[in-house]
Design a protein around this ligand. Structure first.
Ligand SMILES: Nc1ncnc2c1ncn2[C@@H]1O[C@H](COP(=O)(O)OP(=O)(O)OP(=O)(O)O)[C@@H](O)[C@H]1O
Length: 509
């Protein structure tokens, strides 16, 4: 019997142009929560994909409970008791919870699919591990947090002893994050071994026993989490001191640059999602929209950018009505947008970084030459500049396909493109989701630089500390309306939290 549930020794994996893992070691003790920390592109997902059999290492060794194993594909991983909860769920939307869980390993009684006993087993597992979810609900009807529980149940149903979580909190609301932390502790108490990829140092401190740090594909070290501070973890990971609080020089706001007046948005079933929403954003200021997920934030973003039609109200940008304009016309008028879902609206995976950087301006100088021919050299040059400025880690520079970048580096491509267009109004949704602390520090600085240049910035984020850190004024949204607008220094995080939950006391004050 070994002390370790998992040992990965000298793991090396290369992709064209990049060594994603360079002789990496990972030793995970039985029944511990082991965090895996590293900058964007450090090689965390690659290492876990090797453990789960999605990638084969070029060299190195894997031992489970002291026994060497060869994990040729995910089926082998499953049979060895390894489960993985991916960041992007692999669920069938119009199937029930139970159907999704048994998919691929249906229990058969006689020759009939025995969903009844499967459903019973699912209910037992939910109870044992504190994973509340209705076994008969359809996936499309349950929240993101509950869908994640289905993914966890899937691994438990297949008798996983080792469960890998790839940035599980990136998609969750603060409330769901607290619940997940409890679930992780329950899994550990029931004897499971957990590997947790996360950028959130607070989460590492809260639930993890030990933490392994990677930097640029190499192993830096493993520490007992209780022996180190968040600051020390950050330094180990980035290789330099990181500032958590950023400096925001005083700036007096100027004219109203974006004015939202009596906005109303309905969904396809006619339900009102945004109701009489009013908000002004001046140049030289950052206004944050704080709220519990699902209170109209997505609809607000869709309405401003032109992805969703308005059923009432006006949007005025620098004195001009834009609510009737197309998406591209709004961009032309000076609207920039960093979207929340980078996979849907942000980058095109098949395109290179250069092409992605020019995606909103390819039809203009300097990217378009005479006779409408695209100037790929100009695109590459611009991309090189952005890669350098925003520290985008790629294998082959501007020609690297965006789809092969790590998640955090895809995010940097989008932020770099939108900021570099220097729009009059920059609408920013969850700009630092999935980014490492070093990258967060940089992106926040760039957003503040844009403010200093006199841009008007609207920031929508579920992370209150991001809003408190960056914004000059904070608008709290609840049930599709703005219930209060406060100056940043006049409210506390707690008060905003209460207003988000529907207390209007401060709103009236
Ligand atoms: N399928 C692939 N093809 C080419 N390169 C890849 C592929 N997958 C990963 N890479 C490269 O390997 C390196 C490590 O990427 P990986 O996704 O493991 O990083 P990560 O630590 O998980 O990053 P993040 O925190 O941003 O998710 C990166 O340089 C990435 O571009």
């Amino acid at each position: 019997m070994s002390e370790y549930a998992i040992e990965m020794k000298n793991i090396t994996k290369t992709f064209p142009g990049v060594v994603a893992n360079d002789k990496v070691t990972l030793q995970v003790r039985k029944q511990e929560i082991h965090a895996l920390l590293g900058e964007n592109g450090a090689g965390k997902s690659t290492l876990m994909s090797i453990l789960f059999g999605s990638y084969i290492a070029d060299s190195g060794e894997i031992l489970l409970d002291g026994e060497p194993v060869e994990i040729k594909n995910p089926n082998v991983a499953t049979s060895l008791g390894i489960g993985m909860v991916h960041q992007h769920f692999k669920l069938v939307q119009n199937f029930t919870v139970t159907e999704n869980i048994v998919l691929g390993m249906e229990p058969v009684k006689g020759r009939v699919l025995d969903l009844k006993s499967a459903s019973k087993r699912v209910a037992e597992l939910s109870k044992q591990y504190g994973l509340q979810v209705d076994p008969d609900a359809l996936i499309e009807d349950i929240s993101v947090g509950q869908q994640q529980r289905v993914e966890i149940l899937k691994t438990l149903y297949r008798n996983a002893n080792i469960i890998i979580f790839d940035e599980p909190t990136a998609v969750l609301t603060p409330q769901e994050i607290d619940e997940l932390m409890e679930i992780l502790k329950a899994l550990r108490a029931e004897g499971k071994t957990i590997v947790l990829i996360t950028h959130k140092l607070r989460e590492i401190k809260e639930v993890s026993d030990r933490c392994t740090v990677l930097r640029r594909g190499t192993y830096i070290g493993t520490v007992n989490v209780s022996d180190v501070s968040e600051q020390e973890l950050a330094e180990m990971m980035v290789g330099r001191a990181v500032k958590f609080e950023i400096e925001k020089p005083e700036k007096l706001p100027g004219e109203v640059m974006l004015s939202l007046q009596h906005l109303e948005v309905k969904d396809e079933n006619g339900a009102v999602k945004i109701k009489d929403l009013n908000l002004d954003i001046h140049d030289g200021e950052i206004v944050g929209v704080a709220g519990v997920d699902g209170n109209g934030q997505s609809e607000l973003l869709g309405a401003i950018t032109g992805l969703l039609p308005l059923s009432g109200g006006s949007i005025i940008l620098d004195g001009e009505h834009i609510e009737q304009l197309s998406i591209r016309e709004r961009i032309e008028k000076g609207l920039g947008y960093i979207p929340e879902d980078r996979r849907k609206y942000g980058v095109v995976g098949e395109f290179s970084i250069a092409e992605n950087s020019a995606i909103k301006s390819y039809y203009k100088s300097p990217f378009r030459k005479k006779f409408g021919i695209l100037d790929f050299e100009a695109m590459k040059k611009e991309a090189e500049h952005l890669i350098d400025q925003f520290d985008i880690r790629s294998a082959e520079g501007p020609v690297t396909k965006a789809g092969s970048l790590s998640g955090g580096n895809q995010q940097k491509v989008i932020v770099a493109r939108e900021i570099s267009l220097s729009p009059k109004v920059l609408v920013v949704a969850q700009p630092t989701r999935g980014l490492d602390v070093g990258a967060i520090e940089y992106i926040r600085k760039r957003i503040i630089d844009e403010r200093m240049k006199g841009r008007a910035i609207l920031l929508v984020s579920l992370e209150l500390d991001e809003i408190m850190n960056l914004c000059d004024r904070i608008a709290t949204i609840s049930k599709g309306s703005i219930v209060a607008v406060n100056k940043q220094h006049e409210v506390t995080e707690r008060e905003i939290g209460m207003m988000m939950a529907g207390s209007h006391k401060e709103a009236q004050a």
